[in-house]
Design a binder for this molecule. Structure first.
Ligand code: HEC
Ligand code: HEC
Ligand code: HEC
Ligand code: HEC
Ligand code: HEC
Length: 367
């Protein structure tokens, strides 16, 4: 059975069925959001319905977000088609008891308003950012519920409980390491929300929301072409002998590109084309976390922004051969979601977006 897990390299599959580790907490600050480890209080879905009714702008954005569809979306259901472990459900259906298959209402709300703002085990006051900054608009209406202001909620702590974790039975092997990457990036001092929850207009707002603007709850990232483009700058150069080199420099991104799930990669390809646009020569490379084999370890990590790289820069060189010299060369950088962290062109692709592309004139032509 375990062998059939489609999302796990074989031996890693064994690691995926232990109990999740306890969420991070300290005595001095209120509990921060994280994976669910035990049956939640019974009234959480109804509590969430209340947030949605009164905070319409945030609710409309969240309803179309991947947080909301964390359990219900087809990619996740495909990934857990063979085994639906409590480990996975602790983060993807955090409003359900991880020990059993979620009730429909619990699964549908995925990572919900209450998951972040009223973490399990806390009292019923809503977490909000710590200090009302000068840029924060004054609220026209007072909240009809208690609000706990804590600086931690405006920082990486609001996200870190779920966005960095290891294989439960292989603690040395990271399944996701966005926080570590963030701490090593030149945006280490920029909280996740600064990029993923930008200020937006509240004019679509509800009568109860007195503010003119709020932080977007759409949590845009890998499905948003504009964000993907912001992540990277590419310089392409060609030389005789069909040689092409691409330099990928991280842009406005606070971690490796791509980060998060292991089943993502950048596909960099180059193609010499004849006058009809037909292929004369082709080559491609996958930039990702490369595994030695089933069970790891990760042998090398050539994602732009990876922690081991100098300034996060990646140089990719191709040789298309002398025949390419008289032809233009088209290049592309594509963000792909794949079934396995495959290096090759035989991976099953769930979705892809061209991040950026360009064209180099035939050698000898005026640059
Ligand atoms: C009966 C309506 C109502 C319900 C239900 C409700 N809120 Fe509120 N909430 C408000 C109003 C009104 C304010 C003050 C104006 C504003 O900030 O939008 C507020 C303020 C807040 C704030 C503070 C905003 C700030 O920085 O000043 C947060 C966070 C918040 N609510 C979250 C939630 C969450 C999460 C839920 C569900 C658990 C919820 N609210 C349920 C009406 C409601
Ligand atoms: C500690 C929290 C946590 C646990 C446990 C967890 N995930 Fe995730 N998962 C995430 C986060 C955070 C993301 C978003 C990262 C990204 O988009 O790259 C994610 C993304 C995914 C995605 C990509 C979804 C998409 O639409 O792009 C799949 C599929 C997935 N997880 C499957 C699983 C499976 C299967 C398990 C159980 C083995 C699991 N996850 C366990 C936090 C978790
Ligand atoms: C993934 C975690 C997460 C989820 C899910 C989430 N929020 Fe938030 N929310 C935040 C964070 C973090 C902030 C504060 C960001 C900052 O100011 O630094 C915030 C801010 C707010 C605020 C303050 C006003 C503003 O700037 O938007 C309200 C109100 C609010 N959220 C309501 C909601 C409601 C209602 C839902 C569900 C429809 C929801 N949130 C879902 C994390 C979350
Ligand atoms: C309770 C766990 C949890 C918390 C807390 C949490 N996330 Fe997530 N997040 C997830 C999961 C699970 C997914 C994957 C959903 C999917 O696509 O299936 C996700 C997806 C995302 C995505 C979309 C990734 C993509 O592939 O496009 C972004 C962006 C994101 N989270 C940012 C944040 C930020 C910013 C915070 C803190 C304010 C936060 N998250 C807090 C669990 C969490
Ligand atoms: C300086 C801006 C910036 C900061 C800070 C930042 N991100 Fe991102 N993030 C981006 C951009 C741009 C993308 C789109 C490229 C991509 O999808 O990888 C992205 C993508 C993502 C994705 C989707 C990855 C993928 O490709 O599947 C996740 C998950 C995510 N961020 C989580 C986080 C978390 C958690 C933090 C805080 C620890 C954070 N980000 C901090 C800019 C930022």
């Amino acid at each position: 059975m375990l062998r059939d897990l489609p999302w796990c390299p074989l031996a890693l599959a064994l690691a995926c069925h232990a109990a999740p580790s306890a969420p991070r907490d300290t005595a001095s600050v209120p509990a921060m959001p994280g994976p669910t480890t035990a049956a939640p209080a019974p009234d959480r879905v109804a509590l969430n319905d209340g947030c949605v009714r009164c905070h319409a702008p945030q609710a409309a954005e969240w309803e179309a977000s991947q947080h909301r569809s964390a359990y219900a979306d087809p990619d996740f259901l495909h990934a857990v088609a063979t085994e639906r472990g409590p480990f996975c459900r602790g983060c993807h259906a955090p409003e359900a008891d991880p020990a059993r298959v979620p009730a429909q209402a619990e699964g549908t709300i995925g990572v919900a308003c209450v998951t972040c703002h009223v973490p399990h085990g806390s009292d019923a006051s809503m977490l909000a950012e710590g200090t009302l900054a000068a840029t924060t608009p004054t609220r026209a209406t007072p909240a009809p519920h208690p609000v706990t202001r804590t600086a931690a909620f405006a920082d990486v702590d609001a996200c870190g409980g779920c966005h960095e974790f290891a294989f439960p039975r292989t603690p040395a092997l990271a399944m996701q390491s966005t926080l570590t990457e963030h701490a090593a990036s030149r945006f280490a001092a920029t909280p996740c929300a600064e990029c993923h929850m930008p200020w937006v207009d509240s004019s679509v707002g509800s009568p109860s929301d007195g503010a003119a603007r709020h932080r977007s709850h759409a949590f845009a990232a890998s499905r948003d072409p504009a964000m993907l483009r912001a992540a990277i700058d590419v310089q392409a150069v060609r030389e005789p002998g069909g040689r092409v080199s691409l330099r990928l420099t991280p842009g406005r991104i606070g971690h490796a590109f791509p980060t998060g799930d292991l089943f993502r990669r950048l596909w960099v390809d180059v193609q010499a084309q004849d006058e009809d646009g037909d292929e004369v020569a082709y080559d491609a490379r996958a930039l990702t976390r490369h595994f030695a084999g089933p069970g790891g370890p990760i042998t090398h990590d050539d994602r732009p922004g990876a922690t081991a790289l100098r300034d996060g820069i990646v140089d990719v060189a191709f040789e298309l051969g002398d025949a390419a010299d008289e032809h233009p060369i088209a290049w592309r950088v594509v963000h792909q979601r794949v079934a396995l962290p495959h290096d090759g062109d035989d991976a099953e692709i769930f979705g892809e977006i061209v991040v950026t592309e360009g064209r180099l004139d035939a050698a000898g032509a005026t640059p």
